[in-house]
Design a protein around this ligand. Structure first.
Ligand SMILES: C[S@@+](CC[C@H](N)C(=O)[O-])C[C@H]1O[C@@H](n2cnc3c(N)ncnc32)[C@H](O)[C@@H]1O
Length: 296
């Protein structure tokens, strides 16, 4: 068994994953590098190698590793999305398999991880509600798109007559369920779930830190507008972009204010927005905007 190169690679991959989880990125890279030497036809080893190289900002090396992974697994949404993001290609949105992989991996530690990053998304949306003088009278039907573990639903529970969530990652939904603040939790892709919902269902729709995985938001805006009642509110955050929408090396998208206004034309009025920073990564603040749009 010890002489089976695949089993040896699996063992090295696990040590690489453990080292990466502990933040020992160079050590992780050395385990994955040994794994690809043992069993060069395992895309997962090449992916692990690429991730540990990304962690060390070694972009060219990561791209080379990702090409090897893609040769072995051409359909992998994870590999293709990482390659797009590192090579400056902007796709319309992150593949479902990427989102599922990323957030099912994160789910158990998500809240602690986001606390370490000083995550502000839910608070930015809550400030917009406070600025609009909303009463905590449990009167609104609220939908939380990309609800994750429920961090974004939490500050809105006092406003909600019902609170529903949508998320692609079952691991995140399982955490959200434990909070016992949601009425319905829908497992699926946001566009598909919204498309199957009746029109005029909600007073408020939230999307905290979700549009960072949906670059092209034109269709999402149209779906949200029709699922909102007239006069209803759409509260969301974006990472601040300069023009259009753009996939960045972080694997996330940014959107510009002008692009968002274009997408909202004929559907929403721009009622309020605030500028801020949504998290701190590697010592750097990530500039973000939170918007409150009103359905026309
Ligand atoms: C960064 S988390 C934010 C979670 C939560 N809103 C919060 O503020 O903590 C983004 C969430 O959006 C979900 N997500 C991303 N793209 C999605 C899509 N197209 N459809 C449904 N959920 C999506 C992910 O699974 C993840 O749980």
């Amino acid at each position: 068994m010890q002489h089976d190169p695949d089993l040896q690679a699996v063992h090295l991959e696990q040590r690489g994953i453990d080292a990466r989880d502990a933040g020992r990125h160079a050590e992780a890279e050395s385990y994955f590098a040994r794994a690809v030497l043992k069993a060069p036809a395992r895309p997962i080893s090449w992916l692990g190698l690429a991730l540990s190289q990304i962690d060390q900002q070694r972009v060219s090396a990561a791209i080379a590793s990702l090409y090897r992974a893609r040769d072995l697994s051409p359909q992998s949404g994870v590999v293709n999305h990482l390659l797009d993001s590192l090579s400056g290609t902007t796709s319309a949105r992150a593949p479902e398999s990427y989102v599922i992989w990323l957030f099912n991996t994160y789910a158990a530690n998500f809240d602690n991880h986001l606390a370490r990053l000083a995550y502000q998304g839910p608070d930015m949306l809550r400030r917009l509600a406070l600025r609009a003088d909303w009463c905590e009278d449990k009167s609104r039907a609220i939908l939380d798109i990309g609800c994750g573990t429920g961090l974004s639903g939490l500050p809105f529970a006092p406003y909600a007559s019902r609170l529903d969530g949508i998320d692609l990652a079952i691991g995140m939904l399982n955490q959200a369920r434990r909070r016992a603040i949601y009425d319905d939790l829908h497992h699926g892709e946001a566009h598909a779930v919204l498309g199957a919902m009746p029109e005029n269902s909600y007073d408020t729709v939230l999307a905290a830190d979700t549009l960072i995985y949906i670059g092209d938001v034109a269709e999402l805006f149209r779906l949200v507008a029709t699922r909102l009642k007239p006069g209803g509110s759409f509260l969301f955050t974006v990472e601040t972009g300069e023009t259009g929408f753009k996939l960045t090396q972080s694997g996330r998208y940014s959107q510009s204010d002008a692009y968002l206004r274009d997408c909202a034309t004929g559907l929403f009025a721009f009622s309020d927005h605030i500028e801020g920073t949504i998290r701190i990564e590697a010592g750097k603040f990530t500039p973000a905007r939170a918007y409150r749009l009103t359905r026309l």
